[in-house]
Design a protein around this ligand. Structure first.
Ligand code: NAD
Length: 483
């Protein structure tokens, strides 16, 4: 593709039309399962493009706010229908640029449509309260008002669901938005924005600027942006928080994880094995809620490993488009390198590579699903986010030690316990320092109407999705009316 090509899908979407980036620069987007295959070339935008998009979002705000949430909800319902109609095209785009299995991509589209439907319905519920008044003949009440134009900065691991679970509530609440997706998954973002535009979201209410850090930094620095919702890594989230603090601009930060599955002595080991394999290696381990630690009671360690290791060793590695693949590639070459280096450092620290730990003889960015054992609870690989198909197994004796190890990391996205003792399970739910908790089921798999959030350094600000999200996109008003 060259710069003379139509910017549709490959350019930015600003004020209702596709346009080339001001720089004229494009960047190739590769298939991680076959990096020789270029999916397309997409805008490599800069601060000037971000500025144009914020101009458009600011201009569109008054009319979009005035439309009211019921009508905005109807437009989101239309978007849900369009998304469902285009499910196959969008799933194929997700697999092509992210690498996840096609069935995982289809699941992401279904979830995105469910989030849209849930959010659309909220257009008829987004209310406030009536309050008693201290004064006679006075009515008092509260309501929500959208905060303005918002910047949405997203990662590549759920290239549809995460942009959508920010855009849908932003739009429903009456905010206008500038989306800056990951430069590694621009096509899915372009297809999503097209859905909103065709569903009837007016010009300028939804804008897309493709590119990397310069676009994100320009959005964060723009004084006309009323809030930044960010999903990504901890260091970038901290930098955004610092930049926004000086102007008291609100932020919503969804960050990393180092999630544990606790396997207690009385656990159903077959169920635990299935859940661990799904949680650790689904989507090649590239989920903020992915299982990356198993904390297992020594009483059942050998029995668990007898089940877990063959299950992992038997996984079929291959492209996401092949229905026979159990696990696809990781996102890019730097992720592949980073993961293999982390395994080497763990070995140097004394870890045993029980399964995997090596690249795969295929053209894509593959890392064999890996299980490490004989790890100290505070080993680097057992405490820092890995974001790939590498699972650390740490041994413990009893519930108290398991929970102490689980809570010893700085992240707190999800927590899972396997036990037949429901009293202990309830205690674990109370003691996990993590946001999304599970008992006797996989540690991944959120539902469209459930809040998405972590604790500690995994999250800052209002949760995403569900009812809680309105506290980010709206601010309260109260009024007293005397009669
Ligand atoms: P990343 O932090 O590298 O990038 C995220 C986004 O920020 C991208 O769009 C990137 O272009 C942009 N960006 C980079 N530097 C910036 C800056 N200085 N200012 C503004 N924007 C900037 O993360 P990633 O590699 O795309 O995604 C992986 C990370 O995302 C992991 O840490 C994972 O745990 C996290 N994640 C969290 C959740 C959650 O809900 N908590 C969900 C998915 C992924």
């Amino acid at each position: 593709m060259s710069n003379t090509q139509s910017p549709e899908h490959t350019g930015n979407f600003i004020e209702g039309r596709w346009r080339e980036p001001e720089s004229g620069r494009l960047r190739p987007n590769l298939d991680p399962a076959d990096p020789a295959r270029i999916i397309g070339e997409f805008a490599e935008s800069g601060a000037a493009d971000a500025e144009l998009a914020v101009d458009a979002a600011r201009r569109a705000f008054p009319a979009w706010r005035a439309m009211g949430s019921v009508r905005r909800g109807e437009i989101l319902s239309a978007a849900a229908r369009l998304l469902t109609e285009r499910a196959e095209t969008i799933s194929a785009a997700i697999t092509a640029e992210n690498g996840k299995r096609l069935d995982e991509a289809r699941g992401e589209v279904r979830r995105a449509a469910a989030i849209l439907e849930f959010t659309a319905g909220e257009g008829r519920r987004l209310g406030g309260q009536t309050l008693p008044s201290e004064e006679p003949n006075t009515m008092a009440f509260t309501w929500r008002r959208p905060i303005g134009a918002v910047g949405l900065i997203t990662p590549w691991n759920f290239p549809l669901a995460i942009p959508l679970w920010k855009l849908a509530p932003a739009l429903l609440s009456g905010c206008t938005a500038v989306l800056k997706p990951s430069p590694l998954t621009p096509l899915t973002a372009a297809l999503l924005v097209e859905v909103f535009a065709e569903a009837g979201v007016p010009e300028g209410a939804v804008n897309l600027v493709q590119g990397d850090r310069p676009v994100g930094e320009a959005l964060v620095a723009d004084p006309r942006i009323a809030g930044i919702s960010f999903t990504g890594s901890l260091p970038v989230g901290v930098a955004i928080q610092q930049a926004c603090a000086s102007r008291l601009v609100r932020t919503q930060l969804e960050l990393g994880g180092k999630n544990a599955v606790l396997v207690l002595a009385d656990a159903d080991l077959d169920a635990a094995t299935r859940a661990i394999v799904h949680g650790a290696f689904g989507q090649s381990g590239q989920r903020c809620s992915a299982t990356s630690r198993v904390i297992v009671d020594r009483a059942v360690r050998e029995e668990l490993l007898e089940r877990l290791l063959p299950a992992v060793a038997g996984m079929r590695i291959g492209p996401g488009t092949d229905p026979g693949s159990d696990i696809g590639p990781v996102i890019d070459e730097s992720a592949q390198r980073r993961l293999l280096d982390a395994v080497e450092r763990a070995k140097a620290e004394g870890a045993t590579v029980a399964v995997g730990g090596k690249p795969v003889e295929l053209p894509g960015y593959y890392v064999a699903p890996t299980v490490l054992t004989d790890l100290a609870p505070d080993a680097e690989i057992a405490t820092e986010e890995i974001f790939g198909p590498v699972l650390s197994v740490v041994d413990c004796s009893g519930y108290e030690e398991a929970m102490r190890i689980s809570n010893s990391v700085r992240y707190g996205m999800s927590g899972t316990v396997f036990t037949r003792d429901y009293g202990l399970a309830m205690r674990a739910l109370d003691e996990f320092e993590a946001g999304m908790l599970h008992v006797n089921r996989p540690g991944v798999g959120a539902q469209a109407h459930h809040p998405h959030m972590g604790a500690k350094l995994s999250q800052y600000g209002a949760p995403e999705c569900a009812q809680q999200v309105w506290d980010f996109y709206t601010e309260w008003r109260s009024a007293c009316v005397s009669f």
